[in-house]
Design a protein around this ligand. Sequence first.
Ligand code: ADP
Ligand code: MG
Length: 438
Amino acid sequence: MPPTFAQLGVPKPIGQALARRGITRPFEIQTATLADAMTGRDVCGRAPTGSGKTLAFGIPLVARVGRAEPRRPRGLVLAPTRELADQIATELRSFSGKVRVAVVYGGVGYGPQVRALRSGVDILVACPGRLEDLIDQGVAELSAVEIIVIDEADRMADMGFIPAVRRLLDQTAAKRQTMLFSATLDSEVASLTRDYQHRPVRHEIGQGTPDVVDADHVFWHVDRTKRIEVSARTIDAAGPTIVFCRTRRGSDRVARQLSRTGILTAAIHGGRNQNQRTRALKDFASGRVQALVATDVVARGIHVEDVSAIIHYDLPADYKAYLHRSGRTARAGKDGIVVSLVPPDQIRELRYMQRRLGLRQPVTDVDLTTIQPLDGKVRRLRPRRATVDPSRQPTVRRRQHGGSGRPTRTSRSRNPRSNRKRRASKSRNKRAPARARS
Ligand code: ADP
Ligand code: MG
């Protein structure tokens, strides 16, 4: 039995706010770091995705941060992407009480961000680029920052943000608490620790690379031309799915083609503006769309509940990308399936990646019987859908060819929430033609 939050020094009001969200016992990384972080020590934490790193730094941050003067935040969280920054701010606000949390990133107007900073922000969650902009404009100033968190430091490194992170760190108070979290702690991340952390408490969970996610991993031989059909049928069988493509144009095209088969989709990638990205994520999280078609931009740090499946439509560039993409499902101990579509000319590349990952599954023919929804009730809705006029309901047309050989399986977790979502999206599907957002 892990200790309670209270035993780790978490103040009562925070514990109560977390309990209202059903969070009552700390996860492993939190058990490992909270007590030290609550006393102000530097922390260097490595743990796989979905292991609860946000609360590991968020709780001490909210508990220890002081009251800020205008423009001079006292706590700072640096995050690589806008989506992650939003996510962190939302999570912090769920228990921050009177502590003021604001978030700044590029791609949206300055107005609200400037106003927030002027009125005073205790904890600022920021992407490095926009924060440097705001500092240049004289709207923000970092000399009062006494607690700083660098989240997903490895991703910052991948995206070329380390020089900006260093410039920002250089502007904060010399006597500060620095917490760094990352899926890997090598090369550039190690240099950040060396240069900016003072005798950090190191806590490393899992192996040197992020863990292979706790999901079923399957690898299918699929000709490139068959990938849309196979993806559509997988999404149909599995429920909420993220489909990963290599390029922006590729994801727009796949979103369009999937929606022609009757799957409701939204695309999300770096070429879309912030509003489009936020809306795509929201529509996916609420079940308005069945599939999110994405580039690696969203592969890390985004937490959407109940993602049933990940499809590697294009194989990831390397094993790290495989882990980060796959980490979008089977989060927080839930089930999920990860499907890789492997064209004949990429078998060797795949084998190499599998060895790095320690995954030994054979590449097989497409086998949809391995796919099942996270919630068993979905299947019982099928006969009803067959009565819908096929000319108005492309999903049903496809299903009629889809065969009936679905296995009866019961081993997965039951999740009434995703069931509701699926039903909602299906009934919407009947009323409105499929939308592709691209
Ligand atoms: P990471 O940053 O390590 O990838 P997150 O911090 O995003 O993971 O946490 C993943 C999910 O687990 C979030 O939905 C979070 O609210 C939830 N979570 C975190 N800690 C706990 C806990 N102690 N008990 C229950 N759920 C938790
Ligand atoms: Mg995280």
